[in-house]
Design a binder for this molecule. Structure first.
Ligand SMILES: C[S@@+](CC[C@H](N)C(=O)[O-])C[C@H]1O[C@@H](n2cnc3c(N)ncnc32)[C@H](O)[C@@H]1O
Length: 296
């Protein structure tokens, strides 16, 4: 079976290439609000956020920090809203997101991105499903947000719990999907008992991707192919359409190719095109799928 793959270099807040109810599955990892490496992207993408960062530099107020956090989620919310439009009834949205910890003006706190996104998606109309915790190999415990226990780190009460899990939030639009009895492609897409037992348990212990040397590749913060593969095989059938509205280095496209699903991915950073094409060309040398690249 040959599959079709579209890479759209453009903003997924508007996915005009996709009709209402035309996508069976969304798998993505957005830029994480309040993680410093994404500040610049949010500020460039949304003048309101840039203005709030300027205000923060001038006034240092906690209230401005809260506004930045909310504005970042408002930016992502436009994509979740558009995803809801393009999903079929019963379609699933999988969002890989990490919470953030950060000290601003000497005040350390958690920004629970997973709960903000859940609230937003429920308001849009999604049904929240049980989520997955992606447990990464433990990094050093943190003290005062500095990434390590220092001095009094063995004394109560001022040490913090380390964030060593990310979330894979799962949502459904509308009711359960229906299939004709003995639908051939659905049966062909079955997972094994071992896969089912492992994939449908709540904690996935997986290594992160090895971050390659170039700045461009590191900036995409790619997720492991194994995560995309599990989600694609858990929640879509061969021949269906998988969307990634924050494509980054093209992991979702590559994994869709390898698993006989069609795909469409959106990416605003045109500089990532060589990274994406390298990733999918290597794979397509074996699978020979149809790929279209559209620059908006
Ligand atoms: C965390 S990365 C995705 C990494 C990806 N899962 C991978 O494996 O490479 C998020 C990406 O979303 C892109 N992005 C941010 N806002 C966007 C938007 N509105 N539309 C499309 N892409 C966007 C960023 O440029 C960034 O490359």
């Amino acid at each position: 079976m040959h599959s079709q793959h579209r890479i759209i270099l453009g903003n997924s807040q508007q996915m005009s290439e996709l009709a209402d109810g035309s996508v069976q599955l969304m798998v993505t990892s957005p830029p994480y609000p309040m993680i410093a490496m994404w500040d610049e992207l949010f500020a460039k993408a949304d003048p309101k956020i840039a203005e709030l960062f300027q205000k923060l530099a001038a006034n240092g107020e906690d209230e401005t920090v809260r506004k930045i956090y909310t504005a970042m989620h408002d930016y992502l919310a436009k994509v979740w809203q558009e995803t809801y439009r393009v999903l079929v009834d019963g379609g699933i949205a999988c969002i890989n997101i990490g919470d953030a910890t950060r000290s601003i003006n000497g005040r350390f706190q958690l920004y629970p991105n997973h709960s903000r996104i859940t609230e937003v998606c429920e308001k849009i109309g999604f049904t929240t499903l049980p989520y997955i915790l992606w447990k990464k190999p433990t990094t050093k415990p943190m003290y005062k947000g500095k990434g390590a226990f220092l001095g009094s780190g063995f004394l109560p009460p001022n040490a913090y719990v380390t964030l060593d899990c990310e979330f894979i939030l799962l949502f459904r639009k509308g009711k359960l999907r229906k299939f004709p009895p003995k639908d051939a492609l659905r049966y062909e897409s079955a997972f094994t008992k071992k896969e089912r037992d492992e994939w449908f348990s709540q904690i996935w212990s997986l290594k992160g991707t090895r971050q390659t040397a170039t700045e461009l590749e590191r900036r995409t913060a790619a997720y492991p192919e194994e995560i995309a593969e599990r989600l694609i095989r858990m929640f879509s059938v061969k021949g269906e359409l998988v969307l990634d509205p924050f494509l980054g280095s093209g992991t979702t496209t590559k994994v869709a190719m390898l698993n006989e699903r069609n795909s469409i991915g959106y990416e605003t950073d045109q500089n990532l095109l060589p990274v994406i094409t390298k990733k999918i060309d290597n794979c397509n040398a074996k699978t020979a799928e149809y790929v279209t690249i559209i620059k908006r």
